[in-house]
Design a protein around this ligand. Structure first.
Ligand SMILES: *Cc1c(COP(=O)(O)O)cnc(C)c1O
Length: 279
């Protein structure tokens, strides 16, 4: 899951107020097991996941949550509302980092919580906004709404670009593995086809040679920018293990790419020249 959630649990009061049980969400029997081991308030699903781009069955996760009397919440940041609609798959609430694809231009920090009409969560959330002041500034709302106007065409281009980049990366000898559900060889491909209307703009790949090789590729890129965040017009890359620090579970050689709106061949050329220079 998104590393920031782990930091919220480990480094703020949230961790002391609730008990957290990490579960491999690809394994529905593991989710069953976790919710039957202890009374469960909430089941959190993130799909596709960060940074291993694993696809989780939202319908199954929500059904298990509800059987256990828990709320089902889905972080839909990577898929966006265009590619995946978790409320229709049973979620009680959907969260988005609007900082990413919704804003779309790397110039906004905001978040969105979506609940179905008439949900009891709505009044609770509005109460928090009114009394605790967690509301977005008017200009940030304006930027988010401006981003939404181009979200459909941006997502089409992100998906098309990411597929081309993923396919090209599978052919490079310095690449051990490409993680992208749009590839028919990907373990999440069939589920993504059912659950999503596109495979998204995020992919990861594992460079042969571990952390040093991956870092070397990062430093040799000229077009793709090394930076955290994602979902903007410009392609970004990062070495997740370094960004996340010692507690990271990301493979050492993994680089995560947010495929931007540049010409896909320019992105591929940049990755190829960087990969070829490390041999
Ligand atoms: C970036 C991200 C977040 C956090 O969003 P911020 O707007 O940076 O707080 C949450 N979930 C996922 C999946 C993300 O990629």
């Amino acid at each position: 899951m998104y590393f920031g959630i782990r930091s919220l649990i480990d480094e703020t009061d949230i961790g002391s107020r609730f008990e957290f049980v990490p579960v491999d969400m690809r394994d529905t029997s593991a989710i069953h097991q976790a919710v039957s081991n202890a009374p469960t308030g909430l089941v959190w699903t993130e799909t596709p996941s960060n940074p291993l781009i694993r696809v989780i069955d939202v319908n199954a996760a929500c059904a298990i949550a509800h059987e256990a009397g828990a709320l089902a919440v889905v972080d839909n940041t990577w898929a966006t509302p265009l590619l995946q609609r978790p409320l229709e798959l049973g979620a009680d609430a959907v969260v988005h980092s609007a900082t990413k694809y919704i804003g779309g231009h790397s110039d906004l920090m905001a978040g969105v919580v979506v609940v179905p009409p008439g949900s009891p969560l709505e009044s609770a959330l509005r109460m928090i906004q009114r009394h605790k002041g967690s509301i977005a500034a008017p200009f940030d709302c304006w930027l988010a709404l401006r981003g939404l106007q181009t979200l459909p065409v941006r997502m089409q281009a992100h998906c098309a670009g990411a597929l081309q980049v993923a396919e090209a990366l599978t052919k490079h000898s310095s690449v051990e593995k490409v993680l992208y559900p749009g590839l028919s060889s990907d373990p999440g491909h069939a589920l993504a086809r059912r659950q999503m209307s596109g495979f998204g703009g995020m992919l990861s790949f594992i460079v042969r040679g571990g952390a040093d090789a991956a870092m070397a590729v990062g430093t040799r890129l000229r077009l793709i920018v090394r930076a955290t965040s994602l979902g903007g017009t410009h392609s970004l890359i990062e070495h997740r293990a370094s960004v996340e620090g010692p507690k990271s579970m990301a493979p050492a050689g993994l680089l995560r790419v947010s495929v931007g709106l540049e010409h896909p061949q320019d992105i591929i050329d940049d990755l190829y020249q960087a990969l070829s220079s490390i041999n």
